[in-house]
Ligand binder design. Structure first.
Ligand code: XMP
Length: 326
């Protein structure tokens, strides 16, 4: 196996030709490592696990077993995209688990952000473990570890990752992109034929919409958040901001204000827009969204999303505001 240090001589993968050469090399290496054994992968639909899945499908086809756990906190259309791309187009061995009820039942009445994160992370491991136990002959665990994960493994972000799996799984690791930086993983993903939107998608926290449905999560408010977020993403796509802004999303707090709709009092939650730019997520600046775009988004969210009656814009840089609200 490779060790964990990127050699100085390793060229940065910036072109399709370099990506193709990397892919060919890794396909060989993976085949040599796993032989005819099976490999398990937790496929979240994020950039890193998706690229690893596509690479391993190319190398070992159905020997790869992908497990996609839908924790009910995905953005609109995300699990569907995983099923479409991996289950249908790439014909992967994909196990889809809709664990929405398990997660939302456990999260009921839990308002404290770190407890929410722990519940989501802990339950994710449980669901994944249960699935792994049902499968026979799995000898390897694939992971979308990338080079910054190795460089930062001193703990700053360690608590973040919901996909962190227990060490006692007694499986040998397969980590084909562990010496790559994010931009290189993306070039490799495109060379593997993954959709542009999947490979260039914005970062999304492991606990998903769970940390954006502020306070104790309820299904109706989570649903409103998911719909409002989908509108924001659609409008950012339409005006070109999606390509430019590092991370953008909606947060919905757990209080209502008075409004009026169809001449009647209409109480609803506010949707808060957050759109930030950063290079390392340690500090962030605010994207200046044109007013016309803000008006359009406000109009659509307040008319199309049940339960939302105001749209607010978060102008706070990091520091002092973190990127997420919880
Ligand atoms: P903050 O809110 O700390 O976020 O400024 C910095 C970046 O980290 C992401 N983030 C998370 N990612 N699990 C993750 O995988 C988490 O619990 C988590 N919390 C924040 C956040 O989306 C931003 O990109």
């Amino acid at each position: 196996m490779q060790n964990n240090v990127r050699p100085e001589s390793m060229e940065r993968i910036t072109t399709k030709a370099l990506a193709d050469a990397f892919i060919a090399e890794q396909v060989e290496a993976v085949r040599k490592q796993v032989g005819d054994k099976k490999v398990l992968l937790a496929l979240s639909g994020g950039v890193d696990s998706s690229v690893v899945a596509a690479l391993l499908i190319k190398a070992i086809g159905k020997q790869l077993v992908c497990v996609h756990v839908n924790h009910g906190l995905m953005r609109k259309g995300e699990s569907e995209q995983v099923i479409e791309v991996f289950g249908k187009e790439l014909d992967a061995n994909l196990i889809y688990i809709d664990a929405t009820d398990r997660f939302l039942d456990l999260l009921k009445d839990v308002a404290e952000p770190e407890r929410k994160r722990k519940i989501i992370g802990g339950e994710f491991i449980k669901v994944f473990d249960e699935e792994a136990a049902k499968l026979e002959g799995i000898k390897f665990l694939a992971q979308g570890t990338i080079y910054p994960d190795i460089l930062e493994s001193d703990g700053v972000k360690a608590h973040h990752n919901v996909g962190g799996l227990p060490d006692d799984m007694a499986m040998e690791l397969v980590e084909p992109v562990k010496l790559l930086f994010k931009d290189e993983v993306r070039v490799v993903g495109e060379a593997l034929g993954l959709p542009h939107a999947m490979v260039y998608r914005q970062p999304f926290p492991g606990p998903g919409l769970g940390v954006r449905c502020l306070g104790a999560i309820t299904r109706d408010r989570l649903n409103a958040l998911r719909e409002a977020d989908a509108i924001l993403r659609e409008e950012f796509d339409n005006c070109g901001l999606a390509e430019k802004v590092w991370q953008y999303f909606i947060a919905v707090p757990d209080f209502k204000s008075v409004g009026v709709r169809d001449n009647k009092r209409y109480e609803g939650w506010p949707a808060i827009i957050r759109a930030v730019n950063t290079t390392d997520a340690m500090s962030a600046t605010i994207e200046e969204i044109p007013y016309a775009v803000l008006h359009k988004i406000t109009d659509r969210i307040t008319h199309e999303v049940e339960g939302i009656n105001r749209v607010l814009l978060d102008l706070t840089p990091k520091p002092i505001g973190t990127i997420e609200w919880e």
